[in-house]
Design a binder for this molecule. Structure first.
Ligand code: LMR
Length: 348
């Protein structure tokens, strides 16, 4: 006959059992209740894509499109989370954040790369590009490859070039047509030596201000003019403060879409292929969208009361070009003529 269990032993046994059960739940040993949303999350690769412009711009929309395409092509294995409007990093911070690996993707304007790679200043030279087709030729040809190689040497994987079209000039109180119109005025610029010198040659005073601060500083009347594309002017409402807009097409606003190189290198090969495919499609879409959107929004501005639009005549353009000649001489002195000639001779 077995030993009889005493009541205190039974209580002790049940007590320890209960404590053990509670502890195992606390430590997560209990299988989770099934949840479709959580399924496979641990295996999902998340890419943070930070940029500084509005969602409804050629860059903002292309970033969204890229995110959708990546999700489709990888069957949800990769999720691209897009952060617009500088909500994650401002344009002064995003390149460092990418190099540190705090964010995986960004798409800064060419000007914002020039601090890291001064040769990229070539793309900021005013009146460098004849038209959209010339820009496309340069960036998809030999020069594009060379520019991306320069990035690689800095630990950055360049994935594509995106477009936002040509920049126009804006003034607060008067139209900016003749070089003399710029004299004594303060201009907001992107951080770029070439752009800074461009405004100095016109007799203006350039001030580098990050894009996310432009609206606020316009409200405080901190500068008298700036340059930007129609889609940025329209989407951010800059025309409300600087309604004198000269269609000058003097400079180009393009972007390089980049990824942290080490993050890229650690991605499985099939994922890399899907990302490249998605990027090729999003890029094709962006170039078309950029032309259409800038044209459409220019029509909107034409209809808007209080906005004064001026077309820069060929004669005035010639005067601007003469004023900017020293920029070309200085670039050649600093970097030689090879890159510049390659750009000029592309698709001639
Ligand atoms: C600017 O700072 O004006 C632009 O670079 C913003 C952008 O990314 O289009």
């Amino acid at each position: 006959m077995g030993k009889r269990w005493r009541p205190w032993a039974i209580l002790l046994f049940v007590g320890f059992g209960l404590i053990g059960w509670a502890a195992s739940r606390q430590l997560g040993h209990e299988p989770l209740v099934y949840d479709d949303e959580q399924k496979g999350l641990k295996k999902q690769i998340i890419i943070y894509f930070s940029h500084v412009v509005a969602e409804n711009t050629p860059k903002g929309l292309a970033a969204q499109k890229f995110a959708e395409l990546v999700e489709q092509k990888t069957n949800g294995r990769v999720k691209v989370e897009v952060f617009p409007n500088g909500s994650l990093y401002s344009d002064g911070e995003e390149l460092d954040a990418l190099l540190r690996g705090d964010v995986q993707m960004i798409a800064p304007s060419f000007s914002k790369v020039t601090e890291l790679i001064p040769e990229w200043q070539v793309l900021d030279l005013p009146f460098l590009f004849r038209d959209d087709e010339h820009v496309r030729c340069v960036l998809t040809g030999k020069v594009g490859v060379e520019l991306l190689q320069m990035l690689e040497a800095k630990g950055i994987k360049g994935l594509a070039f995106w477009s936002n079209g040509f920049k126009q000039m804006m003034g607060t109180n008067r139209p900016l047509i003749k070089p003399d119109d710029f004299r004594g005025l303060r201009f907001r610029i992107m951080p770029s030596e070439v752009i800074e010198k461009q405004f100095r040659l016109l007799g203006g005073e350039p001030v580098a201000v990050s894009f996310d601060r432009v609206y606020q500083e316009l409200e405080q009347h901190k500068f008298d003019g700036q340059e930007n594309t129609i889609s940025n002017i329209y989407s951010k409402g800059f025309y409300k403060f600087q309604p004198y807009i000269t269609i000058s097409d003097h400079g180009y606003l393009g972007y390089v879409v980049m990824m942290n190189q080490s993050f890229w290198d650690h991605l499985p090969k099939d994922i890399q292929r899907s990302i490249e495919e998605a990027m090729a499609e999003a890029t094709h879409w962006n170039w078309k969208q950029s032309t259409e959107q800038n044209e459409q929004e220019l029509r909107q501005l034409e209809r808007r009361g209080g906005v004064h639009l001026y077309m820069l005549s060929e004669m005035d353009k010639k005067k601007w070009k003469q004023t900017f000649t020293p920029l070309y001489e200085e670039f050649t002195r600093q970097f030689g003529s090879k890159l510049l000639n390659e750009v000029k001779q592309s698709c001639e």
